[in-house]
Design a protein around this ligand. Structure first.
Ligand code: KIV
Length: 285
């Protein structure tokens, strides 16, 4: 299957086909996701929590992001990849934002970048990056890099005024030149209102069923990340338990000398070579 482009995504929206979006952070996972047929992969700065063990996404660096995007690109050469701009990689100036967005494309082969927010400075960044020829996905609603201002990791747009504000934010992101927007952690009614008014693909994570596509953090939906699980996650598997059981069995096998089994998990030597080896050893000893 050839890699989808923005034209394909616009066509999918027109045809009423849902866009399937999933995070990945490494080569192996990206390879499986491409095989499964996902349309778009996000290398999210959630990698800070999922892969690097931080409590938040704040410590993630551009070098972390580029390294993981490169691995994902190697695993999924034919999938549209979005690189997530980490905290303080675009907030300072348009120049800083263009430089770092460029690294995702130039060093990691990403097809687009994503950044959070919809204030005047952020829309200026969106405009600047897209004028440099790079596709930008906006991100509004529950935006983890604004966690302090949002008062924690909780659903947004639950009051009428806050909901209306999100609809306006989505329009501002569209007008700034983003090719798409991700809406996170909002009531379905808000996801629906934004989608109905949008002229670009609206992807949702915890934004209800009406958006043009759905995103999940892969480690949540396969049961790998269990520090906390948001309400909007559907668990498709319990890979964490499967792996823990396998590791436990291995620990027990090694300790009880059930593994490795000679001949089954070991390299063999021809009888005559082995006999000669033992003779040589005897002489050496
Ligand atoms: O970093 C990430 O994976 C994200 C999602 C939570 C939307 O931005």
């Amino acid at each position: 299957m050839s890699k989808k482009t923005i034209n394909d995504f616009y066509q999918m929206v027109k045809n009423g086909e849902k866009i399937v979006y999933l995070t990945a952070y490494d080569y192996l996972t990206a390879k499986m996701e491409e095989k499964a047929g996902v349309d778009m992969i996000l290398v999210g700065d959630s990698l800070g929590m999922v892969c690097l063990g931080y409590d938040t996404t704040f410590p993630v660096t551009m070098d972390d992001m580029v390294r993981h995007c490169q691995a994902v690109r190697r695993g999924a050469p034919n999938t549209f990849i979005v690189g997530d701009m980490p905290y303080m990689s675009y907030q300072i100036s348009d120049e800083q934002a263009i430089t770092n967005a460029g690294r995702f494309v130039k060093e990691a082969g990403c097809d687009a970048i994503k950044l959070e927010g919809a204030g005047a400075q952020i829309t200026s960044r969106i405009k600047a990056i897209q004028e440099a020829g790079i596709l930008v996905m906006g991100h509004i609603g529950l935006t983890p890099q604004f966690m302090g201002q949002l008062g924690g990791y909780k659903a947004q747009g639950r009051s009428a005024k806050a909901a209306l504000n999100l609809v306006k934010q989505a329009k501002r992101v569209e007008e700034a030149g983003a090719f798409s927007i991700l809406v996170e952690g909002v009531p379905s009614a808000v996801g629906k209102a934004i989608t109905e008014r949008a002229n670009f693909p609206v992807l949702g994570i915890g934004a209800g069923p009406y958006t043009h596509g759905q995103l999940l953090i892969y480690a949540d939906m396969v049961g790998l990340y269990d520090n906390f699980t948001p309400k909007f996650v559907k668990k498709y598997s319990n890979v964490g338990e499967v792996l823990t059981n396998a590791f436990t069995e291995y620990v027990n096998d090694v300790r009880s000398q059930q593994f490795p089994e000679d001949g089954k998990h070991t390299y063999l030597m021809k009888d005559d070579e082995k006999a000669e080896f033992l003779t040589l050893l005897e002489k050496e000893d």
